[in-house]
Design a protein around this ligand. Structure first.
Ligand code: FAD
Length: 636
């Protein structure tokens, strides 16, 4: 066996979204890292939809950007269309989404990796070795053994991947790419528990075979905003997507053939993404719905290949084609590739600490779809956090743990490690109880402190964002102090049907009225933007306005966060013995032993744990600390 002895501190396995963020941040943090991937030509590939961002996912991409991630920056370089979703709802759930040129994205990632000199090794990892509970090496199918201090596994949908198209089965990690065999078995032999999940993708059709006049075009925002603070110039092409609709004939065809879908024939019994169902599921489970929207999206600039969003399927190819041909405008449609479902192995994420390090083997981290998630943004977020924490561990520094009120990324990881998952997990705004605080527009205010502490951004960006955060506060302060005279605002109030004022009134009080925006107030001279990056000015004003408008709700939420803080900071030692507690329910004990929560806050969130059991646990913990360690519960 060829051995590369101690050549790398960190080995990242997998060149998908998780692996890229993990390895790039580690390199930025000065770690001797190598990215190992089965196919170096597919590094950065977007497996499915040509889009980045969306509900809650857009917020995560902004968070990644502030924490030194790269996805936002890459996406901005390849945007075909950009749109803020949810504009009819409250500002906290406004979510940016970009339609992406997939080919350009892949090339941009690979070019960047080359430019920054990240070492990339073509190879398939087949096993992991450990010594004394610590990671020792990653072994490749070639026989090479790479010794390391830490390793991050980001194998996506490749572990024992099996594609289904009707009765046809193809061993693959993605269409046209080999699956990976060995890692699952190696990890199982080390005591890790795995499960099986499935996901699906729609057919790709020929642009020239569509009657576009039957579709309804959808364009992006008139004034598109970039995802990344690093992007200076952002003028996307605004290529339209087109909405088409299924009909009764389509649904009848699907129902008639539903038993040929492996999901219904019994060939697949693993769970698929609940919130991204196949067309079979949509028609079968929501039979009252007479029609479903299909969004036809370009996969790259002037691409002949079109993605049929909303038609994920594993029906046999000829049935897929017949169904699509029943849609008005798609009568002559031709396939470039049929849709398919893929089953793959994942590892139950409750086997991880909040840092994404495995509880069983020190120095071994998992990130991305291997943890049961679905989505590029979810994968990137985990990759970044695993990359940061593996690097900090190598440097023997304290790890970075994001809380649920810090970021959607904190919610994602907390949900994964304490709730586990039996179906592909994707992020939604509804998963975040503190979503009022987690706006796309305030990612910098929430996370810059961590980027500063761990040097995740370059100096200039840290400086610019620090000024931005400071200025936002300053503007908020000015608005809280400045009086607006009746004659300066009453014409607007009258016109918009608002009650007029009869004495000078604080700008902030006026802004709390739903119809009043900063732009409706007279110019306030004290608000100056000297020395501020001009790309940030609009967001500073928007954020100051938002904080004032929602201050009542935001402050209430802050109080709630404060109340729970004490439990979030209260640690439970890894070697705490739950069997010592006789008076809690068996269900609670079993769950606590299975999940091994790291804090009381986490323990409280485990499904089925009763509040009375938490009180008992607190008593035992205090005793444990006093008697066995002779120390008090202390902050992390
Ligand atoms: C068919 C399909 C449909 C999908 N549909 C959706 C969807 O509708 N919505 C959505 O949000 N997401 C969807 N996804 C999921 C999305 O693509 C993934 O969540 C995301 O790409 C996962 O990123 P990752 O980095 O974890 O893994 P991947 O992007 O899968 O990358 C894995 C990487 O690891 C490498 N690799 C694997 N095993 C090894 C090994 N042993 N040694 C070396 N390298 C290895 C691979 O070559 C690849 O580079 C879909 C994925 C697929 C495949």
């Amino acid at each position: 066996m060829k051995r590369i002895k101690n050549k790398y501190d960190l080995v990242v396995v997998g060149g998908g979204h998780a692996g890229i963020e993990a390895s790039l941040i580690a390199q930025k943090m000065g770690i001797n890292v190598v990215l190992v991937s089965m196919d170096t030509k597919s590094v950065g590939r977007m497996s499915c939809n040509p889009a980045i961002g969306g509900l809650a996912k857009g917020q995560m991409v902004k968070e990644l950007d502030v924490l030194g991630g790269h996805m936002a920056m890459f996406a901005d370089m390849c945007t075909l269309q950009s749109k803020t979703l949810n504009l009819s709802k409250g500002r906290s759930v406004w979510s940016p989404r970009s339609q992406i040129d997939k080919i350009k994205y892949e090339k941009t990632v690979q070019k960047y990796i080359k430019r920054v000199g990240l070492p990339v090794l073509k190879g398939e990892a087949v096993s992991i070795t450990e010594k004394g509970g610590k990671i020792k090496s990653v072994v490749l199918s070639s026989g090479e053994e790479i010794f390391c201090v830490s390793a991050i596994l980001t194998c996506g949908t490749f572990l024992n991947g099996l594609i289904h198209i009707g009765e046809k089965k193809i061993k693959a990690g993605r269409m046209g790419e080999e699956n990976s065999i060995g890692i699952t078995e190696s990890l199982q032999s080390l005591g890790f528990l795995s499960g099986r999940l499935k996901t699906g993708t729609p057919p790709r059709i020929k642009r020239s075979s569509v009657d576009w006049s039957s579709g309804e075009p959808g364009f992006g925002d008139k004034k598109p905003k970039p995802l990344s603070y690093h992007t200076k110039k952002f003028i996307p092409k605004d290529e339209p997507c087109f909405a088409f609709r299924t009909n009764k004939k389509t649904h009848d065809l699907i129902l008639k053939n539903i038993n040929k879908s492996p999901m219904y024939s019994g060939d697949i019994d693993s769970s698929g993404p609940r919130y991204c169902p196949s067309i079979e599921d949509k028609v079968y489970k929501f039979s009252h719905n007479p029609s479903h929207i299909l969004q036809l999206e370009p996969e790259w600039t002037n691409s002949e290949q079109i993605y049929v969003n909303g038609f994920s399927t594993s029906l046999p190819e000829d049935i897929q084609l017949k169904c699509l041909k029943s849609v008005k405008g798609l009568e002559n449609v031709e396939f470039l590739r049929p849709g398919y479902a893929i089953e793959y192995d994942f590892f139950f994420p409750s086997q991880l600490k909040n840092t994404l390090e495995t509880k069983k083997i020190e120095g071994l981290f998992f990130a991305g779809q291997i943890n049961g998630t679905s989505g590029y943004e979810e994968a990137s977020s985990q990759g970044l956090m695993a990359g940061i924490n593996a690097s900090l561990k190598i440097k023997k520094e304290k790890e970075l743990r994001l809380k649920r009120n810090d970021a959607y990324i904190g919610v994602l990881i907390d949900d994964l490690v304490i709730k586990d998952t039996n179906e592909p997990y994707r992020m939604f705004t509804s998963r975040a109880e503190y979503r009022l605080q987690l706006r796309a527009s305030n990612a910098d205010q929430r996370l810059l402190k961590y980027s500063k502490k761990f040097n995740l951004l370059d100096e200039k960006m840290i400086k610019d964002l620090t000024k931005k955060v400071k200025k936002t506060k300053e503007v908020e302060g000015i608005l809280n102090k400045t009086n607006i005279k009746p004659e300066d605002i009453n014409p607007f109030l009258k016109k918009s049907g608002e009650k007029e004022i009869n004495q000078p009134t604080k700008a902030s009080n006026l802004l709390k009225r739903p119809k009043v925006l900063l732009k409706n107030l007279p110019k306030i001279k004290k608000i100056q933007m000297n020395n501020i990056n001009k790309n940030f000015i609009e967001e500073i004003l928007f954020e100051a306005e938002t904080k004032i408008k929602y201050s009542g709700y935001i402050n209430r939420q802050k109080e709630e966060i404060e109340k729970t803080k004490v439990y979030e900071d209260m640690i439970i030692p890894a070697d705490f013995d739950y069997n010592e507690i006789k008076s809690i329910s068996n269900e609670s004990r079993e769950k606590l032993i299975q999940i091994l929560p790291e804090t009381i806050g986490q323990a409280q969130r485990i499904n089925g744990i009763r509040p009375t059991d938490i009180s008992i646990l607190l008593v035992y913990l205090k005793r444990w600390f006093h008697v066995k360690r002779n120390v008090n519960l202390k902050k992390k």
